[in-house]
Design a protein around this ligand. Structure first.
Ligand SMILES: [Zn+2]
Ligand SMILES: [Zn+2]
Length: 362
């Protein structure tokens, strides 16, 4: 894997710079209307997870079907859809056990990329999606229908941040009366918090370095807020009567959070890794404590989401007013101002900035 070396976007490529790809078998071409900027895009831009340049990132998108390739029977031009990075073959061991997020079918974002410049240079299909662009060509498993009445700049959040945070909780073991802590109250963590509230958890401790974010977390259902410090784990233990929480979700990449979270897990509890630290980062625990206290450490990739199972449920919760989505959108920007929008994301002061487009097909 070649290392990415670019630290910020140049001038955005326009549809004139990249020949419009025709959808092949199993593929769909989507005219995008909105794409939120996720922290993962920034990590890839910074080279934290490898990859090649040039690349088109962006993976938290929604738009309208423009064209469908052979073998894609379900969709028609004009259909409103989510566009996600969850690309699944439907037949590997993971896909067959309801875990398409860890699909084992290899996809090389560089060598298999459908994107080329006019002079035939390969453009990396960033996060298998390439959605900071007017059009995205993706596998049909990466899309899911949206109701026409849902605002598209809100709906796009369901493609990554919401399902990752919410699903880590809702598709795990949290239920009525559970005790949880969520490290990080940003775009993913707030969704773990509201997921825990919807699942019936009665102690939901939000943990962050930012007081404003903790205040927002209370609005999303956190019952307690803890400012990160030396004694974070002690505070969480005291909130739970000394026992610790049954599940500690770490939704950020900071290693210190993984270390602290382990210290506040109750006997038979779990530490759930939701965030993605840089690839070379390591954390240390005392392994004996896992067996001694019967604890577990598990990872949750993209909330272990199954689009066909989870997206209708989330849309239903949103319609009922129980799932907050509108509140997660900080600002909307046109593609021409993407550098400004990314800079705000880097500052850590926004939940989700959304790039909006005038869709060609609606
Ligand atoms: Zn993401
Ligand atoms: Zn698969």
């Amino acid at each position: 894997m070649k290392a990415a070396v670019c630290h910020e976007f140049g001038a955005p490529l326009s549809i004139e710079d990249i020949p419009e790809p025709a959808p092949g078998p199993g593929q769909v071409l989507v005219s995008l209307a909105a794409c939120a900027i996720c922290h993962s895009d920034v990590m890839f831009m910074d080279g934290a997870w490898g990859g090649c340049l040039p690349a088109v990132y962006g993976h938290e998108a929604a738009g309208y079907i423009s064209a469908v390739g052979p073998g894609v029977g379900r969709y028609e031009p004009g259909d409103a859809v989510l566009v996600t990075l969850l690309r699944s073959c439907g037949s590997c061991g993971s896909c067959l056990t309801a875990s398409p997020g860890t699909c084992e079918d290899p996809y090389d974002r560089y060598l298999d990329s459908p994107l080329r410049t006019h002079d035939d240079r390969i453009i990396e299909h960033g996060l298998s999606t390439g959605a900071f662009a007017e059009m995205a060509l993706v596998h049909s498993s990466q899309i899911y229908p949206l109701p026409d009445e849902m605002a598209i700049e809100v709906a796009c959040l369901l493609s990554c941040g919401v399902i990752t945070g919410f699903g880590a909780v809702a598709n795990g073991r949290t239920g009525p009366g559970s005790t949880v802590a969520v490290f990080g109250a940003g775009g993913v963590g707030l969704n773990s918090i509201q997921g825990a509230a919807i699942c019936g958890a009665t102690t939901i401790v939000a943990v962050d370095i930012d007081r404003d974010k903790l205040e927002t977390a209370i609005g999303f259902g956190a019952t307690h807020a803890v400012l990160v410090g030396e004694a974070t784990h002690k505070e969480i233990r005291s909130i739970t009567g000394g026992r610790g929480v049954e599940s500690a979700f770490v939704t950020v990449g900071a290693i210190s959070a993984y270390q602290q979270a382990k210290k506040c897990v109750a006997p038979r509890g779990e530490l759930v890794a939701v965030g993605m630290p840089p690839v070379e980062a390591t954390a240390t625990w005392v392994p004996m404590s896992l067996a001694f206290f019967g604890q577990s450490i598990r990872g949750s990739k993209m909330g272990e989401t199954v689009l066909a199972r989870d997206i209708p449920a989330l849309i239903g919760l949103y319609r009922q007013g129980r799932l907050k989505l509108d509140e997660l959108v900080s600002n909307c920007y046109p593609l021409e101002q993407i550098n400004e929008a990314v800079a705000e994301v880097r500052s850590g002061n926004v939940l989700r900035n959304v790039i909006t487009f005038m869709p060609r097909h609606k």
